[in-house]
Write a protein that binds this ligand. Structure first.
Ligand SMILES: C[S@@+](CC[C@H](N)C(=O)[O-])C[C@H]1O[C@@H](n2cnc3c(N)ncnc32)[C@H](O)[C@@H]1O
Length: 271
């Protein structure tokens, strides 16, 4: 009897693409034709800035597809990626166990960031990139991340500020620098760095490209908040998206005001 062939998990954060699709996707992702390009390049810079602070045993809470793993592995001894099954497998897919091979080498532990099954004081570094906004009880998650850190260990974190709703229904909030700083300090973490990602120009460019994507090119809004693009309107709109983003990528060099930013980058030490 032949084995049932596993089907792709619905709306998973883990994707399986064929060779040429992967190359096309990689080109698109790193070009201004990607409506998220302005944010993606700032996020990469933030992560590059965070990586040298990592050391020892590192727990990545909400590892996703481990997109920045290569930046951290040179700095740490062990890198554990934790993921939350209801998001990865699209709302507790009953065929969960058919997909375990997909996450091999990416996810080491399944669990909830708000209730870590990790020994207190066992991590030198906790990483959390664009995760906190997805938690119904972020206060519990920060308390847990502080608990598992050794004294002197560091929490490295990014959160979005100007960003469309995403991974619905798991998108709960956005943070201001004051709100985020206070939240961390309430749990015994000393904020060493808290800086904006981009400025008013980058945020404006990101919003405008979302307008082109959603209003001009968008066909249908998916249940997770993303949109499917109409093929022809998409082809006509992508040049506007690219031009807008290139314009604002230049403009951000001259803009000073960061009261509107794409997000925030944080390094906090456990006292
Ligand atoms: C926007 S993605 C970011 C993924 C990855 N950190 C990155 O930078 O690409 C948010 C991640 O948070 C995870 N997440 C959501 N709720 C979670 C929870 N309760 N505990 C741990 N991770 C969670 C999601 O599965 C998702 O991978």
């Amino acid at each position: 009897m032949s084995e049932p062939s596993p089907q792709a998990p619905p709306q998973s954060v883990l994707s399986r693409r064929s060779g040429w699709m992967r190359r096309l996707h990689a080109f698109h992702k790193h070009s201004p034709f990607n409506p998220y390009w302005l944010d993606a390049r700032h996020l990469l810079r933030s992560v590059e800035r965070l990586a040298p602070h990592a050391r020892g045993v590192m727990l990545d809470v909400g590892v996703g597809e481990r997109p920045y793993g290569h930046l951290f592995t040179p700095h740490v001894q062990r890198y554990f990626g934790l993921e939350y099954p209801p998001v990865v497998f699209g709302n507790l897919n009953p065929d969960l166990w058919n997909y375990i091979h997909v996450v091999h080498g990416i996810i080491d532990v399944f669990g909830d960031g708000q209730e870590l099954a990790v020994r207190s004081g066992s991590c030198d570094t906790v990483l959390s990139l664009e995760v906190l906004e997805h938690l119904p009880e972020p206060e519990r998650c920060v308390a847990e991340m502080a608990r598992v850190l050794k004294p002197g260990g560091r929490l490295l974190m990014t959160v979005p500020f100007v960003q469309p709703l995403h991974q619905l229904p798991f998108d709960f909030r956005r943070y201001t620098p004051r709100g985020l700083g206070d939240l961390l300090e309430r749990h015994g973490l000393v904020v060493e760095l808290l800086e904006p990602r981009g400025n008013v120009a980058s945020a404006t460019g990101a919003v405008l490209s979302q307008y082109f994507l959603r209003h001009w090119a968008g066909k249908e809004r998916r249940h997770d908040g993303s949109v499917t693009m109409s093929r022809w309107r998409g082809v006509l709109t992508l040049p506007f998206i690219a031009l807008t983003q290139v314009f604002f990528a230049v403009a951000e060099r001259f803009a000073k005001d960061d009261a509107l930013a794409l997000g925030y980058t944080v390094v906090a030490r456990k006292a």
